[in-house]
Design a protein around this ligand. Structure first.
Ligand code: NDP
Length: 316
C-alpha cells in the first residue's frame, strides 16, 4: 500500500460497505484515496453473523468475513487505509481539514463521509449477551427475519422502523408480537393501519421488556405491563429491537446540514452535501434503506461525484 501525499485528492471517513466501495471506485479512478477506518473498522456488519442478501455470496457469508473481503479489494487498488477516529473537521476552506484522534491533522481536496449509524439497543444484559452470541437478537428484520420462518418473534418499538419490521416479519413468521411502551404508536398513520390490519401481529400496549430469556438462544421474552405492573413471558425464538438508530455524525455538526436525529442531508439524487467537495454515503445519510447493498451503492455514487468534482477543479 502506498503512502499518499497531502493534501490528498480524496479522504474517506469510515469503513463499512459504503467506505470500502467508495475506496475501490476512487482508487480505480486514480484518486489515491486515504481511508480513516473509524471506531469500529468494518462498521455494523462486524456485529452481523449471516448475511444472505448481499448479491455475489450464493451461500451467504458472515459479516466480518464480508468486510474483510471488501477491505482486501480496497487495499488491492492501493487505498491507504489508516486506523484512527475522526474527532474534528474544518470544512471552511477550499482544502478540507480533518483531525484524527484529536491529534493528527489531515488535509484533502475532497471528503467522502461513510461514518454509518448504530442501532440503539435496550441495554439489557441478556439482550446484549445473546446478540453477541448470534442467538436470535437482531436489529434488522430484512437481514435476519429469514431465520425465523414459521416461528414467533417479538418486535420492540413503535416507530416507522418497528412497524416496517413487524409487517416484514409477519410475512415469514407464524406470529409477531409488537411490544409498545405507550398506548399509541409513533409510526405514521399508514404504517399503523398496515400493522393493525395484519392478522398475525399482536400489539402488546403499555408493555416494556424486562428480560430476554435463554442460555445461548432466545427462548422467551419477559415483559411487564407498565399500567397494571403484571409480568408475563412471551414464548418466542427471535427478539427484534427497532427503537431507532443513531448516525455517527456528531463531528460534522455546524458544518453539514443534518436532520433532528443527526442524519446528514444530501442533495436529491446525488451524494453532494451542502459543502463543496464533501460527499455523503451510507447510513450516515440514509434513515430509510440501511442495507449493506444500498450503502455500497451510495459509496460508489460518492466516489463518482468526487471524481467529477476534482476533474472540474482541475485537480489531477
Ligand atoms: P423513531 O425514533 O421514530 O421511533 C423509535 C420508537 O422506539 C418509538 O416508538 C419509541 O417509543 C420506541 N422506543 C425508544 N426507546 C425505547 C425503549 N427504551 N423501550 C421501548 N421502546 C422504545 O425511530 P425509527 O427508527 O422508527 O424512525 C426514525 C426515522 O426514520 C423517523 O423519522 C421515521 O419516520 C423514519 N423512517 C422512515 C421510513 C420510511 O419512510 N419508509 C422507514 C423507517 C424509518 P415512543 O414512541 O414511546 O417514544
Amino acid at each position: 500500500m502506498s503512502e499518499q501525499k497531502e493534501p490528498f485528492k480524496t479522504l474517506i471517513i469510515g469503513s463499512g460497505p459504503a467506505g470500502y466501495t467508495a475506496a475501490i471506485y476512487a482508487a480505480r479512478a486514480d484518486l489515491q484515496p486515504v481511508m480513516v477506518e473509524g471506531m469500529q473498522p468494518g462498521g455494523q456488519l462486524m456485529d452481523t453473523n449471516d448475511v444472505e442478501n448481499y448479491p455475489g455470496y450464493p451461500e451467504g457469508v458472515n459479516g466480518p468475513q464480508m468486510m474483510m473481503d471488501f477491505r482486501a479489494q480496497a487495499a488491492r487498488f492501493e487505498t491507504d487505509i489508516r486506523s484512527g477516529f475522526v474527532t474534528k473537521v474544518d470544512f471552511s476552506g477550499p482544502v478540507h481539514k480533518v483531525w484524527v484522534n484529536d491529534e493528527e491533522e489531515l488535509e484533502a481536496h475532497s471528503i467522502i463521509i461513510s461514518t454509518g449509524a448504530a442501532a440503539k439497543w435496550l441495554g439489557l444484559e441478556n439482550e446484549i449477551r445473546i446478540r453477541d452470541l448470534g442467538g436470535g437478537v437482531s436489529a434488522c428484520a430484512v437481514c435476519d427475519g429469514f431465520f425465523y420462518r414459521g416461528q414467533e418473534v417479538v418486535v420492540v418499538g413503535a416507530g416507522d422502523t418497528a412497524a416496517e419490521e413487524a409487517t416484514y416479519l409477519a410475512k415469514l413468521c407464524k406470529k409477531v408480537h409488537m411490544v409498545v411502551r405507550r398506548d399509541e404508536m409513533r409510526a405514521s398513520k399508514v404504517m399503523q393501519h398496515r400493522v393493525e390490519n395484519t392478522e398475525n401481529i399482536e400489539i402488546h400496549w403499555n408493555t416494556e421488556t424486562v428480560d430476554v430469556l435463554g442460555e445461548n438462544t432466545v427462548e422467551g421474552v419477559k415483559v411487564v405491563n407498565n399500567q397494571t405492573k403484571e409480568e408475563s413471558v412471551i414464548d418466542v425464538t427471535g427478539f427484534f429491537v427497532a427503537i431507532g438508530h443513531k448516525p455517527n455524525t456528531k463531528m460534522f455538526k455546524g458544518w453539514l446540514d443534518m436532520d433532528a436525529t443527526g442524519y446528514l442531508i444530501h442533495k436529491p439524487d446525488s451524494s453532494h452535501s451542502n459543502v463543496e467537495g464533501v460527499f455523503i454515503s451510507g447510513d450516515a445519510g440514509d434513515k430509510v434503506y440501511r442495507q449493506a447493498v444500498t450503502a455500497a451503492g451510495t459509496g460508489c455514487m460518492a466516489a463518482l461525484d468526487a471524481e467529477r468534482y476534482l476533474a472540474a477543479k482541475g485537480i489531477h
